[in-house]
Design a protein around this ligand. Structure first.
Ligand SMILES: [Mn+2]
Length: 447
């Protein structure tokens, strides 16, 4: 995807966004909205160091610019205004955006102080969207106008349906992440590398600094894969006897992220072969789940189906005995697969607007409870893990009797497997476009 093509799509995106904002503002009774870009946050009250800026998603929905203390004024019928504070700091300056094309979509107003901008906001009722420390009170004369719930909810809903531009950014973020996943698969197969080595290699291969990744890379060797968000990278090349690697890492493009997990295995012998069978089983079922997505279907139904499919994989490798139904209803699958099938993806890794309903109690950790709609982008990421505390709990219940604990013992040193793709719901016969598999066809195994 070349930059100029993305720029063209961007102008359509902004025009579309302006229209949808006009409908929202009219619906909730505001004449205009001022959206803050975000401010630098101190690492602690007692420190003079700041975390790298992560702009507000509402801001990034409009503009792919990482700049603190700026604002956008959206007033239907007028070109949106980009308010920038003239740089007073000689210590730091914001990083350059990938493209400057966005400047044409705005009237740009440079001021020395936020108070100089207010006269340009116009009259009527103006809502403010931003974080409630410092800056919002500087843009807003009345804090009661900050983040009105009805407006925030309506703006969240806009973000569940992606424009062509947004999908193109997420697709490009998948292409960039592929470079990292390919590099880590090869490094893992070719030599002994530590988790820290692999994490640094991923950053290099994707040309990202650590704070620029959409979320902290998860890089887990062997039994560390049983920690779902393993980010405490080990410095040893061989932390255990088993040789498996789980990588859950993405990349960004103009504020939009990808979220991809792959699981690799190497070595010979019965245990490695058995784990490879588990990875292959999960990879195949993940693809089946992608093929089962239907427009109008509750995502939670797909999550329920994933438990039946996990039960089948567990049975096929000899981890559980008995029927699929028994493995699901007794809670056995929940001990091996405790998280949700997936979540909405976009400006935030766990994007907003798709978890408005509560899931059923047994699906407590599910982050997508929406009815599947054309235009959504979400992940499909089943997993099977050997998490000691959960398996100990299972062992203590009657359901423990259907588990082959000897096989658990053989596979536990591999930690677990997760395979995660990002899919765009396109409708029609294809139903989904798999943004990840078009880059990385294989989910894992010996590769
Ligand atoms: Mn994910």
């Amino acid at each position: 995807m070349n930059a100029r093509h993305l720029d063209r799509l961007y102008f359509d995106h902004v025009a579309d966004l302006a229209q949808r904002y006009a409908v929202v503002l009219d619906g909730v009774g505001w004449d205009a909205v001022v959206i803050d870009s975000g401010s630098l946050i101190k690492r602690s009250e007692f420190d003079d160091q700041y975390w790298p800026l992560r702009p507000l998603p509402h801001w990034q929905h409009w503009v792919p610019l990482v700049e603190a203390d700026a604002a956008i004024v959206v007033r239907p019928g007028r070109k949106p205004t980009l308010v920038r504070i003239r740089a007073a700091s000689f210590w730091e300056k914001p990083s350059a955006p990938e493209s400057q094309a966005f400047l044409e979509a705005f009237d740009v107003l440079s001021v020395d102080d936020p108070s100089d901008a207010k006269q340009h906001f116009g009259g009527g009722s103006i809502a403010f969207v931003g974080e409630l420390r410092g800056r919002v009170s500087r843009w807003a004369s009345d804090e009661a106008r900050a983040n009105p719930a009805g407006l925030i909810q309506a703006l969240d809903a806009l973000r569940t349906v992606k424009t062509h531009y947004e999908v193109a950014c997420i697709a490009e973020a998948n292409r960039r992440a592929k470079l990292g996943h390919d590099a880590l698969r090869d490094a893992f197969h070719n030599a002994a590398a530590s988790e820290l080595d692999l994490h640094l290699l991923y950053l290099r291969a994707t040309a990202q600094d650590d704070p620029e990744t959409p979320y902290k890379n998860i890089v887990a060797l062997g039994s560390n894969a049983a920690t779902l968000h393993h980010i405490a990278y080990g410095r040893q090349a061989r932390p255990g006897a088993a040789a498996s690697l789980l990588v859950d890492a993405g990349a960004t493009c103009r504020g939009y992220g990808s979220d991809i997990t792959r699981t690799w295995v190497k070595g010979s012998g019965h245990a490695a072969d058995l784990f490879e069978g588990l990875v292959a089983g999960l990879d195949a079922m993940q693809k089946r789940l992608c093929a089962r997505v239907r427009v109008g279907q509750p995502y939670e139904d797909l999550h329920d189906e994933s438990h039946r499919q996990v039960a089948t994989v567990l049975r096929d490798v000899g981890l559980v005995r008995g029927s699929v139904e028994e493995a699901v209803t007794t809670g056995a699958t929940r001990a091996f697969y405790p998280h949700g099938l997936g979540h909405s993806l976009g400006l935030q890794t766990h994007d907003v607007g798709c978890a408005l309903r509560k899931p059923r109690e047994t699906n407590g950790l599910l982050r997508n409870t929406s009815d599947i709609t054309v235009g959504q982008v979400f992940t499909i990421e089943p997993g099977i893990y050997f998490i000691e505390s959960l398996l100990d709990g299972l062992r203590a219940t009657p359901a423990g009797a259907i588990v082959d604990w000897k096989t658990v013992e053989v596979l536990a040193p591999f930690g677990g497997v997760r395979i995660e793709d990002d899919v765009h719901v396109v409708g029609g016969e294809a139903v989904v476009r798999n943004l990840t598999r078009e880059q990385l066809p294989i989910g894992g195994g010996r590769g």
